[in-house]
Write a protein that binds this ligand. Structure first.
Ligand SMILES: [Zn+2]
Length: 213
């Protein structure tokens, strides 16, 4: 069992889901202190479940945490997850170690957004649909720039920057992060946190408890 840490070469003009604009990064290098900060979140999840299940992908593959450098193009990001590779950048480490924990939990959450075994039920909590409901009284279009998603106006969300209102994947990653910060006794700085979405807190609690051992 291991988690891999890798330094990245420069990345030019990479397409990422959810955004129309591509992203570019300079090459990056991990510092020992940055790895220590990432490990705070990994160690917490390990102890919480007495299991390493969240330190792998949902299919049991090893995780790789890659350090890219300064972002030179595209929407500002704190972290990026694609196919078991979680990328962190300079901005991941500018707001203190609690914020690093928030980002690590968020990106690990993406490993389970549609792989949590109950993705249909997850979407139903917010009424996520890709079919235009033509009902602006009850539904709002999410902020995803690539894919059309709508959610119920009355749905509960944990962040106050609307990041979790883009699509059900960001919704899950944000709620997972807010839940883990709450369990860790840390302040979730992105919004009101999991207490603002008790239905999602219960969903993630059931999901996490089902992963144990
Ligand atoms: Zn995300």
């Amino acid at each position: 069992m291991k988690v891999n840490f890798a330094n990245a070469d420069a990345i030019n003009d990479m397409n990422i889901s959810g955004f129309t604009q591509n992203v570019s990064f300079a090459a990056g290098n991990w510092s020992d202190d940055e790895i220590r900060q990432v490990d705070l979140a990994l160690g917490f999840m390990h102890r919480l479940l007495d299991s390493r299940v969240l330190l792998r992908t949902s299919s049991g593959a090893e995780l790789t945490f890659t350090r890219v450098g300064t972002q030179t193009e595209g929407p500002g990001l704190d972290g990026l997850n694609g196919g078991g590779t979680i990328r962190f950048m300079d901005t991941t480490f500018t707001s203190g170690e609690d914020d690093v924990m928030t980002v690590v939990f968020h990106e690990v959450g993406h490993n389970w957004d549609e792989e949590n075994g109950k993705f249909e039920q997850w979407k139903a909590l917010s009424g996520w649909t890709q079919t235009d409901p033509h009902d602006s009284t009850r539904f709002v279009k999410g902020g995803d720039q690539d894919t059309n998603w709508w959610h119920r106006r009355t749905a509960n969300f944990v962040q106050n920057d609307n990041y979790d209102q883009q699509n059900p994947y960001e919704d899950f990653a944000c709620a997972f992060s807010a839940y883990m910060m709450n369990r860790a006794g840390k302040v979730f700085t992105r919004g009101p946190g999991i207490s603002a979405a008790p239905d999602k807190g219960t969903f993630i609690d059931n999901f996490v408890n089902g992963l144990g051992s």
